[in-house]
Design a binder for this molecule. Sequence first.
Ligand SMILES: C[S@@+](CC[C@H](N)C(=O)[O-])C[C@H]1O[C@@H](n2cnc3c(N)ncnc32)[C@H](O)[C@@H]1O
Length: 302
Amino acid sequence: MTNTDTRFDGDSWDLATSVGATATAVAASRAIASQGPDALLDDRFAEPLVRAVGIQHFVDLIEGRVGTDDPVLNRRAMSEQMTVRTRFFDDFFTAATEAGIRQAVILAAGLDTRAYRLPWPTGTTVFELDQPEVITFKSNTLAELGAEPSAQRRTVAIDLRDDWPAALTAAGFDASRPTAWIAEGLLIYLPPAAQDKLLDDVTALSAPGSRIATEQMDMSSLPDDWADKLTERSRRIGSSINLADLFYAGERNTAADYLAAKGWRTELLTTEQAFAAQGFRPDDEMLAFEGSNSGYLAATLT
Ligand SMILES: C[S@@+](CC[C@H](N)C(=O)[O-])C[C@H]1O[C@@H](n2cnc3c(N)ncnc32)[C@H](O)[C@@H]1O
């Protein structure tokens, strides 16, 4: 099946269905990486959030009832992979605030808890955007847990294929101030034209000195069946999410090329470099199909 069977303009979801379930999947990995005395991450909200969503497979996964001995998908390997990703975006925000930026935007926030767990400087505003049911569920669940944001948190419940700049502005976003943006685990769930439009909108809303971080997929070196390969990997740990159905897997601009053409100075940390920065090594299976120019991208508007 291809995504044309399951994805369509205006489709929507909660955290247990369609693209929403992928937010729960990555939060489950953060929960696992945050467990035990040798925890690699400290996301104490990930586990209660995943439990509250209630997808049985992910609850079983964090409780250690399911899992695999597969060399690339065991608990340690999954934890390392999620740690590399989480720390990249954490460090990006830390560097941005150290440089004086006090406005952050998390595009497609899902179950991201950075607005609650990062040590934001006083006076920082963090905007979170995602689909309405995702935003409402996370806000309510964290409030029930007694969690307090560590910044001024403002939510924007909207589809990122719609006029989100207007909604963000209505929520108090100030385009005259430099902003740190992240789009973590988002771009591949947008149609290619919507990805370009999103990056156009981010550029239009960014004062000089603004920064953005996202993943970089080097489409030219991916095999044709990369989406199926990723689905097969997640199936090995028992996930029932068919990623290939949810991705828009056709030709698209790479984020780095697109942003560079819009005046952003881009810096790529390849997957191998990002793992090495944390003292880990990516598995050969991932390296083999990602190619050498995929990884994590940070860019500054000059
Ligand atoms: C893989 S999850 C990543 C969530 C979060 N950034 C993280 O890394 O934990 C993908 C997220 O993108 C959001 N998303 C995808 N397409 C979207 C759209 N068109 N509008 C709003 N949110 C979208 C989903 O709701 C989901 O929360």
